[in-house]
Design a protein around this ligand. Structure first.
Ligand code: SF4
Ligand code: SF4
Length: 342
């Protein structure tokens, strides 16, 4: 298996990296075991966020004694310099370290720049000067912010959703990052659960030598599957290519990619999952989507005020309120046992 170099950061790491959002759902003991197993298998890049509750603490525990051997990327959703410092210092404490390798603005609505009045980029520079962070990155779900970040020359990495369902627009971001010597970190490489064939997801991304996928893994069995690719890499050909083509056809057109560009919703509807619930129920184990928590989230669809804020922001031109309604009806039918998910 190849290494990926993250642009001008010079960070060189195995093509398999760990996205640590799902670790929030593991017990501390299981999370630490999983992180250590990944490390023992050669994984050295771990991406977390201040926003992912106790994920940073779990990483901090797992990295005792090996801090210098791994790269830690975390993120801040700060809106002010004061929040920036609070969040950075909390992350450092949780991670039991005095520096992070890559510090990223976490999905900001605009691209922070020096002199824009927010003081955020200046705080990044100061943190770098103090040695608390080594490299500055940005994550986003919006094409326009990602584009601006690339053009600004201010960021060493871009983290953006990227998988075999991505369009020419995302491919273009990957290409531009290569041209600008900027690292590209692929989030949602399993499209938030829509892609269930890990080998196909891996084989597709493996075609792009400047792309580092951070696999959102919760269970040891999922981790072992990705580790197995290190011995035998799945190739983007034959059956895998056919499966990708089939998925693209099946999912083309009016399906929600879960990108979240349309959020937040004034009614707090979790659009990026609720608008594709029918797919999730049928493409992933359905039980977890039918629990009480999700029933409550789905019931919020009935409070939609049809402001159309979501559809006006959807880059795929979806009629989001209509899609939500369709998914709600299907969900109720499945719950009542009148429709099957198989
Ligand atoms: S149309 Fe409905 S779902 Fe969309 S943003 Fe408005 S309230 Fe939320
Ligand atoms: S409705 Fe559109 S913008 Fe919203 S999550 Fe789905 S694909 Fe993204």
């Amino acid at each position: 298996m190849k290494n990926v170099i993250l642009g001008s950061t010079g960070i060189s790491t195995l093509k398999n990296a760990l996205g640590c959002l799902p670790l929030q759902r593991d017990s501390t003991e299981d999370a630490v075991k999983l992180i250590r197993r990944a490390y023992e298998a050669g994984w050295t890049f771990f991406d977390t966020a201040r926003f992912y509750t106790d994920s940073e603490e779990k990483l901090g525990l797992a990295f005792e004694g090996i801090r210098e051997k791994v790269f830690i990327a975390t993120k801040t959703m700060c809106k002010t310099p004061e929040e920036f410092w609070n969040q950075l210092n909390t992350s450092l404490t949780n991670l039991k370290t005095d520096y992070v390798d890559l510090y990223q603005f976490h999905n900001p609505a605009f691209c922070p720049k020096p002199g824009d009045g927010s003081g955020l980029y200046e705080a990044m520079l100061e943190a770098k000067a103090q040695g608390k962070i080594r490299h500055i990155g940005i994550t986003n779900h919006r094409l326009n912010v990602a584009q601006e970040a690339i053009e600004s020359g201010l960021y060493e990495t871009l983290q953006f959703p990227f998988c075999y369902l991505s369009t020419e627009k995302e491919l273009n971001l990957v290409k531009q990052c290569r041209e600008k010597n900027m690292g590209f970190i692929a989030m949602k490489a399993l499209s938030g659960g829509l892609i269930t064939n890990a080998a196909a997801a891996y084989a597709y991304i493996n075609q792009f030598d400047n792309v580092l996928p951070i696999w959102g893994i919760q269970r040891m069995s999922e981790l072992e599957e990705f580790i197995s690719f290190q011995k035998k890499e799945p190739e983007y050909s034959g059956e895998i290519k056919q499966l990708v083509e089939k998925d693209r056809q099946e999912l083309c057109g009016s399906f929600c990619r879960g990108c979240g560009y349309c959020m937040p919703c004034p009614q707090k509807i979790e659009i990026n999952n609720c608008a594709r619930m029918s797919l999730m129920l049928r493409r992933a184990p359905s039980a977890s989507w039918l629990n009480e928590e999700w029933q409550k989230k789905m019931s919020l669809i009935t409070t939609c005020i049809h402001c159309n804020k979501c559809s006006s922001h959807c880059p795929y031109g979806l009629d989001t309120p209509k899609l939500l309604q369709e998914n709600y009806i299907d969900y109720q039918e499945v719950l009542a046992g009148r429709r099957s998910v198989s």
